[in-house]
Design a protein around this ligand. Structure first.
Ligand SMILES: O=P(O)(O)OC[C@H]1O[C@H](O)[C@H](O)[C@@H](O)[C@@H]1O
Length: 545
């Protein structure tokens, strides 16, 4: 079905939410708990290995029911069906959006232009399996017959950060292969990586959906030149693989057909780690773990498609985010994983979320008078507690925060894990309850401080509280739960795009800078500086002199 393009602010739910916001914005979540003893259980979703507690949010039953009404009024259900069924919902590029097909079950049927794409997906998966297993086992060797020890993923954006984030997150499951990622066009990046490599035992995977990206092609060329100092042209066949939709360009680069992994234009760069873009993941943790990652994502896909919106994790998280973004005026959201393994998770989601929903025209091309995409940031706890948590606790801004924690640690060190999780739970409790002036005064008194000192200090020690958090408590960090967690955020992005009436799957905003950089490069390389504004002209002159 073709979706009607609905301005969310013109819906009945939106205007009711606006009045509801005015009437309820001063409510304290801690008081809501006192009024409703079932609140913790009511505002939580238990699903497989996930327990998502959203009870520490500034919501009541009424808020939730109005938000759910908003989802209905924008035809979210129909939108999800269109998304899963391969409709060309990326309308500005006339493409379907089917990262869900990459993790579909073997017997599923998903049509794009009348062709069931699932068999093709499985064909490429099989290739990834056979190739990665031969590299890991040492059956495929380098040009001198030695087994591979290192793998370099050369890509940028979705062709880098997805595999980089997952291999870091699944470090515990890693095999002997050492993974490296070269992304930045900054030559210092590639040179630092090359310093560590032996050409005889290194495999290079060039990943670029378009195979036209300046950074990736420059890095791949530099690396090929470096490789050819030690080996000959024919050895490229054993050492270079490529993942792309642009098979012609790969051939020009000299990579042999059997090392080419196709992808499709219905896979967006920032959603591509599930495709052969994940080859580095399969190499790092083995194909079975890669497949488990996909299986976890598929479970979340099924949940998102089938669960009632009231119990639907991505839907609820998206609605809460809209509530803060559009009614409380929250500009950012923090994502804090309590595991060092997820150190790159927020950076990964920055691309996913901000490249998708950083839009300011609606689906008809009209300027949008309301707020869209949130700014995403975060670092693992407990480190972040000792860095920026001050601002979340006592700053002036509302920063909805997702806390992601695991019941079991991977190395099984109970003492450390209990300390870690004590901090995890303590933070959300502190953020919600805060500390009143009366509590501060009583505490200072019991510490034996004098009245005068107490009067001076008290207001600085007050915690306002009422800071919204979601707690995502997962059994254990495994390939499967990681897959589900990533897919959870992917679907949250989708829901928000539908509500905001924007196209989430194009990224025209990255083009202008790329275009100008091409011209500027000419001006840097030529004697003539060209035509720029006077600020840029002065800067270019400074750089060239
Ligand atoms: O995979 P590629 O075609 O090289 O693209 C790499 C990246 O560059 C672009 O600028 C897009 O903004 C990203 O979404 C994409 O992931």
């Amino acid at each position: 079905m073709t979706l009607p393009k609905i301005n969310p602010t013109a819906t009945k739910a939106w205007s009711e939410l606006a009045s509801h916001f005015e009437a309820s914005k001063e409510k304290q979540v801690k008081d809501l708990f006192l009024q409703d003893h079932k609140r913790a259980a009511k505002f939580a979703i238990e699903w497989k290995d996930f327990y998502v507690d959203f009870s520490k949010n500034r919501i009541t039953d009424e808020t939730l029911s109005l938000l759910l009404q908003l989802a209905d009024e924008v035809h979210l259900k129909e939108a999800i069906n269109n998304y899963y069924e391969g409709e060309k919902i990326n309308q500005t590029e006339s493409r379907a959006v089917l990262h869900t097909a990459l993790r579909a079950k073997k017997g599923d049927t998903i049509f794009v232009d009348g062709v069931n794409v699932v068999p093709e997906v499985y064909g490429v998966k099989e290739h990834v399996k056979v190739f990665s297993e031969a590299i890991i086992s040492g059956e495929k060797t380098g040009f001198t017959g030695k087994a591979f020890t290192d793998v370099v993923n050369i890509g940028i954006g979705g062709s880098d950060i997805g595999p980089a984030m997952v291999t870091e997150s699944l470090k515990f499951y890693k095999n002997h292969l050492k993974l490296h990622f070269v992304s930045n066009v900054d030559g210092d990046h590639v040179n630092e990586v090359l310093k560590e490599l032996n050409a005889e035992t290194t495999l290079f995977v060039v990943v670029s959906k378009t195979f036209t990206t300046q950074e990736t092609l420059s890095n791949a060329t530099t690396i090929k030149e470096w490789f050819l100092k030690y080996a000959s042209q024919k050895d490229i066949a054993a050492h270079f693989a490529a993942v792309s939709t642009n098979t012609e360009k790969i051939e020009e680069f000299g990579i042999v057909q059997e090392n080419v992994f196709p992808m499709w234009d219905w896979v967006g760069g920032r959603f591509s780690l599930w495709s052969a873009v994940g080859l580095s993941i399969a190499l790092a943790v083995g194909y079975e773990n890669f497949d488990e990652l996909l299986a976890g994502a598929n479970e979340m896909d099924v949940h998102f498609k089938e669960a009632d919106f009231k119990e639907n994790i991505p839907v609820i998280l998206a609605l809460l985010s809209v509530w803060y973004n559009n009614f409380y005026g929250a500009e950012t959201e923090a994502i804090i994983p309590y595991t060092q393994y997820l150190g790159r998770f927020s950076a990964y989601l920055q691309q996913g979320i901000m490249e998708s929903n950083g839009k300011s025209v609606d689906r008809e091309g009209n300027e949008i008078p309301y707020q869209t995409g949130t700014i995403i940031w975060g670092e693992p706890g407990t480190n972040s507690q000792h860095a920026f948590f001050q601002l979340i606790h006592q700053g002036t801004k509302v920063i909805p925060t997702d806390f992601i924690g695991f019941k079991h640690s991977l190395h099984g060190n109970k003492d450390h894990h209990n300390k870690l999780m004590a901090n995890f739970f303590a933070q959300t409790e502190a953020l919600m309850n805060g500390k009143t002036k009366a509590e501060v005064v009583a505490e200072l008194k019991s510490n034996g401080l004098e009245q005068g000192v107490i009067a001076k200090l008290a207001s600085f020690k007050v915690f306002e509280g009422n800071k919204p958090t979601n707690t995502i408590l997962i059994e254990k960090l495994t390939p499967k739960t990681l897959g589900a967690l990533i897919a959870m955020y992917e679907h949250k992005i989708f829901v928000q795009g539908i509500i905001w009436n924007i196209f989430s799957f194009d990224q025209w905003g990255v083009e202008l800078g790329k275009q100008l950089a091409k011209n500027t490069l000419k001006d840097i390389e030529n004697s003539d500086i060209g035509n720029h504004d006077s600020s840029t002209m002065t800067l270019l002159q400074k750089f060239k002199n």
